[in-house]
Design a protein around this ligand. Structure first.
Ligand SMILES: Cc1ncc(C[n+]2csc(CCOP(=O)(O)OP(=O)(O)O)c2C)c(N)n1
Ligand SMILES: [Mg+2]
Length: 532
């Protein structure tokens, strides 16, 4: 019997399954109510697809029969209004496979096929439906021999391809690796470290979904997209969706770009293209391992190695994130918060990150270096973090789970559902709300397009959502979480430490950390002066 976690909101269910699968790589099942339940999954469907998460979503279909002899027939008016004609179309473009069960006798087999498809690489969600009458039928009594439903292995990497790449790396002057999700398989991190140290390669993590390469390593050049792209003479893209932004930077004419990706064509995305002279759909771990093996017998040119390391060291200096100036009146800025979070990290920490405009500062400050200690959403549907934390804790009960989320992301996460589940199923988390009083990312996006436009001149960004809300109290009311609201730097460290010790004792805690407001605009009919 699988463990059943009842979630009051579908966003919690699929995001928690996402968090669990991110760690275990095992497919999870999420059951939802017909068309309306499917719609309430909302952006967690996009997230599962973009993050290549193995999950089987099962939704009922309204019963189709009206005859009382048929078990499961229509018994309520709602069976008419919920009988949509193409329910699967709500989510089909995000699914690796979707299918309607046509006979209850085949339920086991169809499910096994769903698991097989979702779990094979590149992994992803599948969607199964079936009318009530079918679920009422007897399924076959034969138990499935699951060993006959093996998951197809990802493609390997031939010796000749490995040697082509090894030669190119060994003779390069300024090699750069860009990655986002290589660390989903934790042994890949060590394999990459071995390769990097042997050759001397700069590594940049862009929007990392996992801990891919130790943040404190001498060859880690940081988390800023576009870094060194125009300087490198060899770029190796390893499991990454968007390595750079064309309008900001392009590789030099003489740069060789290679790509190894579990999903090299990204056929789930619309327009997508990054130039590469060779690209391989393959499992990165086995590719790097073959390269490492070949390198064991190779002699590295020491003067080339030294010049590569010198280039990396210089780049690291220039890419350092400058310190933020201290704020007056004991107020807290993002850097203070990131430094305080660093004090909480230990070998048991699992950090779930969803605070869009804090990405670089947090990663730069924390320098996470334990494989499997850091997770972020590969999609962009906000509300994932606090719910994925439930799945992370279920997957690794001994861990200390911290979700670091923006105030907007906290609201998107339907916290009234999250913290109830957390309490009911003993999955305590420490949530840190980065409360800049609104949506900073859309403000930044606006300024990228119109740096001196109306919004900038008049401070009319329309992004000051929930600026006076008491976010932590929601979690307290819904699931008995301990609520903190911190406005002063002198109280920050002690509040976070106290909150973490409560989490260790089994109670969730939410620390709402109030940072300077990103806009002074008041919304609605409020005449209240904006408290910055
Ligand atoms: C469900 C959803 N709605 C809207 C967006 C667009 N969006 C991207 S970032 C962002 C702001 C999020 O606010 P917050 O979590 O407070 O982070 P901040 O931008 O302040 O760093 C919004 C609304 C989105 N990505 N997902
Ligand atoms: Mg915000």
């Amino acid at each position: 019997m699988p463990q059943i976690i009842v979630c009051p909101h579908e966003m919690t269910a699929l995001s928690a399954a996402h968090g669990f699968s991110m760690i275990t790589r095992q497919a999870q099942m999420v059951l939802v109510h017909v068309d309306v339940g499917t719609q309430n999954l909302g952006c967690s469907v996009h997230n599962a697809a973009r993050s290549r998460i193995p999950v089987i979503i099962i939704a009922g279909l309204s019963p189709s029969t009206v005859n009382e002899d048929q078990t499961g027939h229509r018994t309520e008016f709602i069976h008419y209004t919920q009988d949509s004609t193409r329910q699967h179309e709500i989510v089909s473009q995000y699914m690796k496979w979707f299918y309607e069960l046509r006979s209850g006798a085949m339920a086991h087999e169809v499910l096994a096929r769903g698991i097989q498809i979702a779990s094979s690489c590149p992994q992803g969600p599948v969607y199964l439906t079936g009318a009530r009458e079918l679920w009422e039928e007897k399924s076959s009594t034969n138990t499935l021999n699951l060993s006959h439903w093996s998951i197809p292995e990802p493609l390997g990497f031939s010796d000749s391809k490995a040697s082509e790449l090894v030669e190119a790396l060994m003779t390069s002057q300024r090699p750069l690796i860009i990655t986002s999700y290589l660390g989903r398989h934790t042994p890949s991190v060590l394999a990459l470290k071995q390769l990097v140290e042997k050759i001397g390669i700069a590594v940049c993590e862009v929007n990392p979904q996992y801990m891919n390469f130790p943040g404190d390593h001498a060859c880690h050049i940081g988390y800023k997209r576009n870094s060194l792209v125009d300087e490198a003479d060899l770029i190796l893209l390893l499991d990454v969706d968007v390595p750079w932004i064309f309008s900001k930077v392009t590789p030099s004419e003489h740069c060789a770009v290679f790509m190894i990706d579990i999903d090299v064509q990204k056929h789930g995305l619309g327009f997508w293209h990054f130039p590469s002279q060779k690209s391989w759909q393959a499992d990165t771990f086995s590719c790097i391992s073959s390269m490492n093996q070949q390198l064991q017998n190779k002699c590295i040119d020491q003067s080339l190695f030294a010049s590569r390391i010198e280039w990396i060291e210089k780049a690291k200096q220039s890419l350092k994130l400058p310190d933020m100036p201290a704020l007056p009146d004991d107020r807290i800025h993002l850097q203070d918060l990131c430094k305080a979070v660093k004090e909480l990290i230990n070998e048991k920490t699992i950090l779930l990150f969803e605070s869009p405009t804090a990405t670089e500062r947090l990663l730069f400050t924390l320098e996470m270096n334990q494989p499997g200690s850091y997770f972020a959403n590969g999609g962009s549907g906000l509300g994932w973090g606090i719910n994925a934390a439930i799945g992370a804790k279920l997957a690794q009960p001994q861990s200390e789970v911290i979700s670091f989320v923006g105030d907007g992301s906290f609201i998107f996460g339907v916290p009234s559902s999250t913290y109830w589940v957390g309490k009911t199923y003993d999955t305590p988390q420490l949530t840190i709300v980065v409360n800049n009083r609104g949506w900073n990312a859309p403000k930044t996006s606006t300024l990228l397009v119109h740096p001196k436009g109306q919004a900038q001149t008049h401070d009319t960004y329309w992004i000051t959502t929930g600026h006076e809300s008491r976010f932590a109290d929601i979690a307290q009311a819904a699931g008995g979480a301990k609520a903190y609201r911190v406005t002063h730097l002198s109280k920050l460290g002690s509040s976070l430490q106290e909150a973490l010790s409560l989490v260790r004792s089994g109670q969730s805690a939410v620390v709402d950390v109030v940072l300077p407001a990103i806009s002074k605009q008041t919304l609605g009919h409020s005449t209240q002066t904006f408290n910055t």
